[in-house]
Design a binder for this molecule. Sequence first.
Ligand SMILES: Nc1ncnc2c1ncn2[C@@H]1O[C@H](COP(=O)(O)OP(=O)(O)O)[C@@H](O)[C@H]1O
Ligand SMILES: [Mg+2]
Length: 242
Amino acid sequence: MPDPAKTILHAIGLQKRFGGVVAARDVDFALTEGELRCVIGPNGAGKSTFFALLAGIQPPDAGRIELEGEDITRLKPFQRVRKGLGLTFQTNRTFHAMTLRQNLDTAGRGGEEPAPFRAALTAFGLDRGLDRPVTALAHHERQWLEICMALRGRPSVLLLDEPTAGMSPVETRRTSDVLRELNSGGLSIIVVEHDIAFVRATAQMVTVLHQGAIFAEGTMAEITAREDVRAIYLGKVREETA
Ligand SMILES: Nc1ncnc2c1ncn2[C@@H]1O[C@H](COP(=O)(O)OP(=O)(O)O)[C@@H](O)[C@H]1O
Ligand SMILES: [Mg+2]
């Protein structure tokens, strides 16, 4: 069972600069074991950079990242995966020429199938037809497959980059339902997400990024009540979707 007092993923003083742009500015971030956190922010806020730093796709200029107390700052993505960080990417990385089963096997590295993996596979309806090629799947099913692949490796933290990009409202809702179900089972999850409907349906706690820095943190109710957050994020989203 998760220990509610334990920080499972910890970023301390993360800095990342691209030329003149500060994409991560002194980011201190702590995920408690068993938590489901959404990281939001307007375009250019630094969400993808934050994901890339946590995933090990980009090295930070300064700062440290710890997973279950262990320093993983210098590890490559595949090494972080082995340490228990389950990753999915905004651009789908499934192997299209292979079947679902083959894709899932590459993610498994042998060993028994973890219960959350089985649960997600069934909830997404991917357990039927595992011998189909990935090309037979719809866009949203490929994203669901990628979540299942991440779960196959028995992660202690699941880190998702815009998992509902390009999904319909119904598919988005289903993704949210499954992630909340996994979280109820004790899985720690971070979702970097632009889609405010998804965040509303999903998040317990929200971290708002703005200009590379953490601008606000709190429950969805606290965040949406803040005028300054509405000004930088929610207002913009409303304009964009209007
Ligand atoms: N590889 C890169 N090279 C140069 N600038 C980058 C790169 N990645 C991100 N940036 C810049 O860093 C800032 C944050 O970008 P990003 O992390 O992609 O934000 P978000 O995902 O919230 O839209 C932006 O100003 C963006 O232009
Ligand atoms: Mg982005």
